[in-house]
Write a protein that binds this ligand. Structure first.
Ligand SMILES: CC(C)(COP(=O)(O)OP(=O)(O)OC[C@H]1O[C@@H](n2cnc3c(N)ncnc32)[C@H](O)[C@@H]1OP(=O)(O)O)[C@@H](O)C(=O)NCCC(=O)NCCS
Length: 160
């Protein structure tokens, strides 16, 4: 799999990818706006096109996955990208990796639990607030489920 870290060389292409998949380059997480154009991450390429992207932020000893996208699902892209973040966070001596997904995203809820992430917190009705900051967040998500809550997952990393 052709995986490259985000760098100044591919930043423009990465930002275009983010805008087309997340409605803007800002992500609202727990009421806080994150400028995704500044984040580190990894992209999967096929014929010079991006077909997968993970972005993350390191804050002290915690790593947070901010976005994860696979355009060619069920071929191991999502898993490979999460593994790159685990490897990086471990090298940086992070104690945990956390992430937020929304209540409609049953696929992500399954995906992360299958990869060792545990559900740790529910931010009830938090998307109402997030929508005030980012009005492009849709009302209805996957499977026709109203998008209302943020669910936090985390994976504790072993000390190395
Ligand atoms: C969640 C998401 C990133 C998963 O990406 P993906 O590339 O499909 O992930 P993988 O291919 O690694 O794994 C998905 C499933 O396919 C299976 N799979 C992987 N390779 C396979 C293959 N060659 N044949 C059959 N199944 C395969 C995996 O075992 C996995 O199943 P499991 O979770 O039951 O174990 C993707 O669905 C996505 O982009 N969703 C939209 C954005 C999103 O919701 N992001 C997460 C919130 S931030």
């Amino acid at each position: 799999m052709d995986i490259k870290a985000i760098s100044s060389q591919n930043r423009k292409q990465i930002n275009d990818f983010i805008s087309s998949h997340w409605f803007s380059t800002d992500m609202v997480v727990r009421g806080k706006t994150i400028d995704m154009t500044k984040l580190d991450g990894f992209a999967v390429y096929e014929n010079k096109a991006i077909i997968g992207l993970v972005t993350y932020e390191i804050d002290g000893s915690e790593c947070e996955i901010v976005s994860l996208d696979s355009l060619s699902e069920k071929h191991g892209i999502g898993t490979a990208l999460v593994e790159k973040v685990i490897e990086t966070a471990t090298k940086l001596k992070c104690v945990k990796i956390k992430l937020i997904t929304t209540n409609d995203n049953l696929n992500a809820i399954r995906f992360y639990q299958r990869r060792g992430f545990d559900m740790t917190c529910l931010y009830h009705n938090s998307i109402q607030n997030a929508r005030r900051i980012k009005p492009s967040i849709p009302m209805i998500g996957e499977y026709g489920i109203p998008i209302k809550h943020e669910i936090e997952f985390e994976m504790k990393l072993p000390k190395k």
